[in-house]
Design a protein around this ligand. Structure first.
Ligand code: NDP
Length: 329
């Protein structure tokens, strides 16, 4: 028997999450059984621990979209007992039972070997949030972003994706402007390397202007909503925005075509869930080299399975700073 955070749904559709003891035979059938060491908390986990957000179809459910641990048994030649592995995405923790348990059983295709230079705890300090931040940075670089071109904006900067994006961009030599609505997050963001703090209110109103002054050489956007509508109009000629999240709304409020056709601005969609294996390996390699581990450590709030119902509700309200690392044992 082992511990798992189990979400159940009653006849009225109300969900509740609690730590239970379950058996190996309760786990879904799949090739690789992993003894989970650490998991983490992303915005999506908040949805899956709580109301579901349409992501979870079958209950009871074990959430946790990320985990890192050691292979315990494998029917797939790519992995053997003792191998250290990481899982992010592939709808694990949503459609498939996830990492909020001491054991998980998954397809070998969904795993990557633990990146060299990282511990399982550090890999979960990165998690989907950090991996996606890196995918966003790589996408901006492919469009030509290089240090020295001007400030790079990070929205939702004190959140998980935003914190990692701020640290990576600053370490690479970019001048990072960090947008935050959290009182007191300024010192934290400066400690990650942000050169400038932009108050969320500065980008909180829809404007009818077709374009604004050219300010940003690139942007990692985790907020969308009104903010993305404004930011697009402030991008420098030919610059790109990596669209990662929707913490401020699913629409792009007040967006016009003008930034695209008058300034050649690019909006780059970033998905981490179905990202092919080779791209994942590249992003993890870059994380191991371009994310200072002391800064990563400074973003971490440690937690246990018992903390997750509370933390899940908090992340949905934008009240979690940096990265939560869950020790499942
Ligand atoms: P967090 O909750 O950790 O961070 C989101 C941050 O956005 C908050 O900390 C807050 O930062 C800011 N924010 C919250 N609410 C609002 C609001 N109403 N208006 C403006 N800003 C707001 O979440 P994550 O970093 O884990 O994820 C961020 C987004 O990215 C989510 O929407 C998530 O679903 C998405 N995502 C997408 C992925 C993909 O594959 N495309 C992968 C991972 C995440 P501050 O207080 O500093 O302003």
């Amino acid at each position: 028997m082992f511990k798992a955070l189990m979400v159940e749904r009653d006849a009225d559709g109300k969900t509740s999450a609690s730590v239970r003891r379950i058996a190996l035979s309760d786990l879904p059938e799949a090739a690789v059984t992993v003894a989970v060491e650490y998991s983490t908390l992303n915005y999506k986990d908040g949805l899956c621990i709580g109301p579901g957000g349409g992501l979870v179809r079958n209950y009871p459910h074990v959430p946790g979209i990320d985990f890192a641990g050691t292979v315990e048994a494998s029917d797939d030649p790519r992995y053997s007992p003792g191998d250290k592995v990481v899982l992010t995405g592939w709808r694990v923790g949503e459609a498939h039972w996830g990492g909020y348990a001491q054991k998980a059983r998954v397809l070998a295709d969904w795993l990557v070997p633990l990146p060299e230079g990282l511990t399982t705890r550090q890999a979960m300090a990165v998690g989907t949030a950090g991996l996606t931040a890196m995918l966003g940075v790589i996408a901006l670089e492919r469009q030509g972003l290089a240090p020295g071109q001007g400030p790079v904006l990070v929205t939702g900067a004190s959140g998980g994706v935003g914190s990692v994006a701020t640290a990576i961009l600053a370490w690479l030599g970019h001048e990072v402007a960090a947008v935050t609505g959290s009182a007191g997050a300024g010192d934290y963001l400066r400690s990650l390397g942000a050169a400038r703090i932009v108050a969320r209110e500065e980008l909180a109103e829809v404007t009818r202007k077709p374009l604004e002054s050219e300010l940003w050489a690139g942007c990692i956007d985790t907020v969308a909503g009104v903010m993305l509508g404004r930011v697009l109009k402030q991008m420098k000629y030919g610059a790109s925005v990596a669209a990662i999240g929707l913490a401020g709304g699913a629409a792009i409020e007040g967006a016009l075509i003008t930034p695209f056709i008058l300034r050649g601005v690019n909006l780059l969609g970033i998905d981490s869930v179905m990202q092919p294996y080779e791209n994942r390996l590249e992003a993890w390699r870059r994380i191991a080299t371009d994310l200072p581990l002391d800064l990563l450590d400074s973003m971490v709030m440690p937690a246990t399975l018992d903390d997750l119902p509370r933390l899940g509700a908090e992340i949905l309200k934008g009240q979690v700073r940096g990265r939560v690392v869950v020790d499942v044992n």
